[in-house]
Design a protein around this ligand. Structure first.
Ligand code: F6R
Length: 245
């Protein structure tokens, strides 16, 4: 059962999501975070920074973090490389050392091997304790587009044209400048996290949120895999919840 919480606005969404992440890290002593990029986690990251950023004894400082995905084909110093985005928007202000933040290697000569190595690194860390996720308007989680087998681990994923359009806002509005592929955790990787905190905000997510909640698990709707996990909380603002009956 997905636990659905509807909050009045994005600040309240951030507080609710931060409470869930704190429950894992502080109450359950989880020390491995799974981090998404994009707009959805922003308020939760801001709230966690507000609560813990200045605390030298914060348990987050001794936590590892694993990124969900990384674009293929951007130069290492590109500002939209997810490794740079997450440092800029979250981990640096949380006092998490760069060496504790891991991402799939999009520059490896053998990408398949790099994908296997990434899954192995997550497993070797003890596994992700709490994973934060957003949902794409086409139902993707990480970069698992509709039709991706639920059994896949980290793999090279093609970005759908709708995802490239959605992400064009980070690339001067030009979908052609959005990389065509990424290295992405697979659904199987994501479902191994012990708790999932999924955030969706805004009118543009209303339809996919309603579809996800009314759907049985099907590979045609990647986010419907969330029904297969036993500890999922979906945190919505009112606009994203508008079509939920
Ligand atoms: C980001 C990621 C993506 C986003 C999704 C929603 O690391 O894996 O699946 O979570 O595209 O993006 P936003 O939150 O920008 O609407």
């Amino acid at each position: 059962m997905i636990d659905v919480r509807v909050l009045p606005d994005r600040e309240a969404v951030g507080v609710a999501a931060a409470d869930l992440i704190d429950a894992a890290v502080i109450d359950r002593s989880e020390r491995v975070l799974g981090l998404a990029t994009g707009s959805s986690p922003g308020p939760a990251y801001a709230e966690l920074i507000r609560r813990h950023g200045q605390d030298p004894a914060s348990p987050y400082r001794s936590s590892h973090a694993f990124l969900l995905d990384e674009y293929v084909g951007l130069p290492p110093d590109h500002p939209e490389r997810y490794a740079r985005v997450i440092r800029r928007e979250f981990t640096e202000a949380m006092g998490i050392d760069a060496g504790m933040v891991h991402g799939p290697d999009p520059d490896a000569p053998d990408l398949e091997r790099a994908c296997r190595a990434y899954d192995a690194a997550i497993t070797a860390s003890g596994g992700v304790g709490v994973q934060i996720l957003g949902i794409g308007t086409d139902g993707h989680i990480a970069f698992n587009a509709p039709g991706t087998p639920f059994s896949e681990g980290t793999h090279v994923a093609r970005l759908s044209s709708s995802t490239r359009r959605d992400n064009a806002r980070f690339f001067d509005g030009d979908p052609e400048r959005v990389p065509a592929s990424a290295v992405s955790q697979g659904i199987a990787t994501i479902l191994r996290a012990r708790a999932l905190v999924v955030v969706a905000m805004g009118e543009a997510k209303a339809e996919i949120v309603a579809r996800l909640l009314s759907s049985d698990p099907t590979e045609e709707l990647p986010a419907s895999a969330l029904h297969l996990h036993s500890d999922v909380t979906l945190v919505l603002d009112r606009s994203a919840a508008r079509r939920v009956s």
